[in-house]
Design a protein around this ligand. Structure first.
Ligand code: FAD
Length: 392
């Protein structure tokens, strides 16, 4: 049985990044990945806030488009247009980027074992059982579950994870209709607190998708309706369909047990408002690599708990705000949403969102809206009491 300092279950972007960071600190690291090929199939809209450049390596070749703004559509198509002078986000070639991050890990000395599906992890001994190769056991002093939304590593000491369903089409509208640096986001009470998106890849092609707490069948109905109803999408040809899962953020999730820790989607480290997981996952990989290296250097696995503590300290406030926004959106009907969009437009919120909006941190914008009294002026009165109690 081969023993490593660190074994990472899952060669997704977060697992690969963590593995590379640990190898760069001088540890022997393995990644066990069930797929034969990293990164496929695509299960991502590939929209990353500008912070990505601060939290991981991102060569320009993986940026399809920089994004300067967004059109936010109400159910009846009241449109709020928000923009920034500098790119606020990037649309990525996510498949290429996942492969690149795995290659970086290999270059740093990480052993990547493809086609290695982990079946069980013993959190006390660090022994890992593989499904397709029961005799070839691997063990590690620290085992990291970065095995995505349905993490078997998490399942050993957490209740089954809850998640949203997501669907996405690659479409071609056949003529130049998209402004490449503007994304479209649509609210619809049937999918709230999820939403729909159109992310242009070129002037004629786009990723069109949504996530919601509903069946894939219903997602397809809503997506097809969007394509027929909205003028910017009418007549589109669907080139490809993708389906995926987005974990619901769970603040109660246990992230560390004995010599095992959870990371990325496996730890439900996703933004509640957008379902985006990459940036938060990368930040958490850094926090985890600090705690794991200390635990290994001191041969004291109790130090892994610092990961859980530091993560919660860093994200607690922002996640609380996002969970509140999430709850509010879930409770709004289409007519509430319509009213809200109309009021926001009237109150000049486009400028405020353009100035304070940040894809990765919504609390500055929400605070500003509270400060200016906009929140209380736009939401139906019956909800006001609930918001003020949530804010406490
Ligand atoms: C439709 C859709 C759109 C999205 N859009 C965005 C977006 O625009 N921006 C954003 O930031 N995020 C987005 N996300 C979320 C984002 O894709 C995830 O947060 C991100 O992939 C999490 O990375 P990860 O490395 O934690 O997990 P994953 O990418 O899920 O990687 C987990 C890896 O573990 C492997 N694995 C699983 N089980 C085992 C096992 N038993 N043994 C071995 N290997 C295993 C899997 O094969 C996979 O390679 C989207 C998600 C979906 C579904």
């Amino acid at each position: 049985m081969r023993n490593y300092d660190v074994a990472v279950v899952g060669g997704g972007p977060v697992g690969s990044t963590f593995a590379r960071q640990m190898a760069e600190k001088g540890f022997e690291v393995a990644i066990l990945e069930k797929k034969k090929e990293i990164g496929v199939p695509l299960q991502c809209a590939g929209l990353l806030g500008k912070k990505i450049k601060k939290v991981n390596i991102l060569p320009d070749e993986f940026i399809i488009n920089p994004v300067h703004g967004a059109f936010l559509h109400s159910p009846e198509n009241t449109v709020l247009s928000v923009s920034k002078e500098k790119p606020e986000a990037y649309v990525l070639d996510r498949v290429g980027y996942d492969k690149f991050l795995a290659d970086l890990a290999t270059d740093s000395g990480v052993d990547i074992f493809l086609n290695h599906r982990v079946e069980k992890v013993d959190s006390v001994s660090g022994v890992i059982n593989l499904k397709n190769n029961p005799n070839a056991k691997i063990s590690a002093d620290v085992v990291v579950g970065a095995d995505g939304h349905s993490s078997i590593v998490s399942g050993a000491f957490n209740p089954p994870a809850k998640s949203f369903q997501a669907a996405q089409y690659l479409i071609d509208v056949g003529e130049k209709r998209f402004q490449k640096d503007y994304v479209h986001l649509y609210v619809d009470s049937r999918v709230s607190p999820g939403f729909l998106w159109v992310i242009p890849l070129s002037e004629t092609t786009a990723r069109v998708g949504l996530f919601a707490d509903t069946s894939y069948q219903q997602l397809n109905v809503i997506l097809k309706e969007l394509i027929t109803k909205r003028s910017e999408l009418k007549g589109a040809t669907i080139l490809k369909k993708y389906y995926g899962v987005i974990p619901k953020h769970d603040p109660q999730k246990q992230l560390v047990k004995d010599r095992v820790l959870l990371l990325g989607d496996a730890a439900s480290q996703v933004k509640p408002t957008t379902g985006g997981g990459l940036i938060m996952g990368f930040v958490c990989a850094e926090i985890a690599s600090r705690a794991a290296s200390k635990a290994l250097e001191n041969e004291n696995m109790e130090l892994l708990m610092n990961y859980s503590k530091d993560y919660r300290e860093q994200f607690k406030k922002e996640l609380k705000v996002q969970l509140m926004v999430h709850k509010i959106f879930k409770s709004l009907s289409d007519s509430d949403l319509e009213y809200m969009f109309g009021k926001l437009k009237q109150e000049g919120a486009e400028d405020i969102i353009s100035h304070y909006g940040d894809m990765d941190s919504q609390s500055p914008l929400i605070k500003e809206m509270f400060k200016r009294g906009i929140i209380f002026s736009i939401l139906p009165k019956m909800l006001s009491w609930r918001i003020s109690s949530l804010w406490k």
